[in-house]
Design a protein around this ligand. Structure first.
Ligand code: ADP
Ligand code: MG
Length: 508
């Protein structure tokens, strides 16, 4: 368990995350304007009358966004709510032309109810993180304060784009019945899992750098062994794993210090200061806004049928947790390799394509990918898992078929490990052709012909009588010396296993 040492007691952390992911859809949640707001698009060119709240304009719910929410809900093992509503959350801010955000507030059923995801906990075992809800709401626009000394600018391209807010669960009334995030590392693993589920389902790009994934971080602390939950603070709008972990730790230490000095933590909303890794109060609970929620009179209640849910369920792809289980359970990979190869679905698709259902290839291909390919992004396009489609332009791209052939050649003793590495390096250097073709072109076939190897062994033994005597006198560590010399004599082409065997026999 992750704890922080205090003056008189150890403290544990209770963490709740509210994660926003931008829903992938052609158009916005309630208007037909394009939902693509990327920074290369000119400001305020993707804004409909609805988005900028022209009087009399009516929102129309984008059903595809609802389907995306349902898909995500099924991906986090959640209950899908059959009847839910949208409500208006009223507040004034220049990035929100309507003067209210259409959302599904916490006191009303959200489209996605209780669910869970599984992460690897700090103790190395799988741990469920309970999720309370996921609801649909509108995103706001973007304000730009750095373009003019005295003016701010508003870009409404993002206004009205659908967001899915995913809230982790804490059963405050039943402290015993909980499974929540309890360390900075678990927070990161949870967010990565959410990201991979969203990407695997095509629900969101869930990219923190691009702002399509953001999180509000709730933190409280309590003495180890205590069962009640204490007051938490909420740090808003975090956009990097690193900052999230640093904010959690800073906030926990700050609260511990308050308790140790006899104070009480107040339920404040904090901001994180990137410069020095501290948090500071943005607003206190006393200034909490009254949003005057009420059901949006322009929108019908959201009704979802069992048929819709079943239709979507049938389209669900394998999710990262299931892929990991398959790699470990059926293909014999370890947890670490399985985690690396499911970091995103492009990587797992590439790996699947390379293995091609041949289980014996799985481990060696996993090794090549993790230790070699990941280090050479210029020669590897994880998005392209076409087995063979070598183009003649640009740097040589290594395909799943290349790696499959290479590990097959090792398995069939066509080349040894050292030669395979040379072939791989030639591919990195831009050599075209398949590994077999490269091996042929450079005469890198492994010598497995025992006659040729025996000849080389005889020569090496004859040339090193002193070492032979020492070996026979008990200095068996010299075997490596003989193997090395035989390999040298065969230009590195001999099969090392055969060399070992013959040497042992002849040296007796
Ligand atoms: P709000 O509506 O004020 O945002 P919620 O009840 O929806 O508050 O909770 C927001 C998040 O804070 C949830 O993920 C919840 O699990 C978490 N949370 C609630 N109480 C605590 C606590 N005492 N310590 C840490 N996290 C908490
Ligand atoms: Mg909140």
């Amino acid at each position: 368990m992750f704890t922080i040492k205090g003056k008189t007691t150890d403290w544990e952390l209770v963490i709740g995350l509210e994660t926003h992911i931008e829903v992938l859809s052609e158009s916005k949640l309630f208007s037909g304007a394009s939902a693509d707001y990327n920074p290369t698009i000119a400001p305020n060119t993707q804004v409909s009358m609805v988005d900028c709240a022209m009087p009399g304009m009516l929102p129309v719910l984008n059903e595809y966004c609802v389907e995306q929410a349902i898909k995500f809900g099924l991906g986090i093992n959640a209950d899908i709510t059959r009847h839910s509503r949208f409500a208006r959350k009223q507040y004034f801010y220049p990035d929100l032309p309507q003067g209210y955000q259409i959302s599904q507030p916490a006191d009303q059923p959200p489209v996605v109810g209780r669910g869970w995801v599984e992460i690897i906990g700090d103790d190395g075992n799988p741990k469920k993180i309970f999720i309370e809800r996921a609801h649909l709401e509108q995103d706001a626009g973007k304000l730009k304060h750095d373009m003019h000394p005295t003016k701010s600018f508003a870009d409404y391209n993002r206004t009205g784009v659908a967001l899915l807010e995913i809230v982790t669960f804490l059963d405050v009334k039943n402290p015993e019945n909980n499974s929540y995030i309890s360390s900075p590392d678990e927070a990161e693993r949870y967010l990565r899992e959410i990201r991979e589920i969203a990407r695997a389902l095509g629900v969101s790009k869930a990219n923190m750098e691009e702002g399509s994934m953001r999180a509000d971080v709730n933190v409280s602390v309590r003495p180890v062994g205590s069962t009640e939950f204490r007051t938490r603070t909420e740090t808003k709008n975090m956009v990097s794993f690193k900052f999230i972990k640093s904010a959690i730790e800073y906030e926990a230490r700050r609260q511990i210090e308050i308790y140790e000095n006899g104070g009480t933590v107040s339920q404040d909303t904090m901001r994180y200061n990137q410069g020095d890794g501290t948090t500071s109060v943005m607003r206190s609970k006393e200034d909490a806004l009254d949003y005057r929620y009420f059901p949006d009179p322009d929108l019908l209640p959201l009704e979802i049928s069992d048929e819709t849910i079943e239709r979507i369920r049938r389209t669900m792809p394998e999710l990262p947790a299931a892929t990991r289980a398959r790699y470990i359970g059926e293909w014999g990979l370890n947890e670490y390799d399985a985690a690396r190869l499911t970091e995103n679905t492009d990587i797992s698709a590439w790996f699947d394509a390379a293995v091609g259902g041949v289980i014996a290839r799985a481990k060696p291909i996993a090794n090549w990918m993790i230790s070699e390919l990941f280090a050479h992004p210029e020669n590897w396009d994880e998005k392209n898992s076409e087995p063979q489609s070598q183009s003649d332009n640009g740097p040589r791209i290594i395909r799943p078929g290349d790696l499959a052939e290479l590990v097959d050649m090792i398995a069939q003793n066509t080349v040894n490990g050292k030669q395979a590495k040379e072939i791989f390096i030639k591919m990195l250097d831009g050599e075209n052709g398949t590994p077999r073709e490269i091996a042929e072109k450079f005469g890198m076939q492994q010598i497995t012909d025992t006659g040729a190897i025996e000849q080389a062994v005889n020569d090496v033994i004859a040339a090193n009588p002193a070492q032979v005597e020492q070996y026979r006198g008990g200095k068996t560590g010299l075997l490596g010396f003989f193997v090395g010399n035989v390999m040298k004599a065969t230009g590195g082409k001999a099969n090392p296993a055969v060399v070992n065997e013959i040497l042992r026999k002849k040296l007796g």
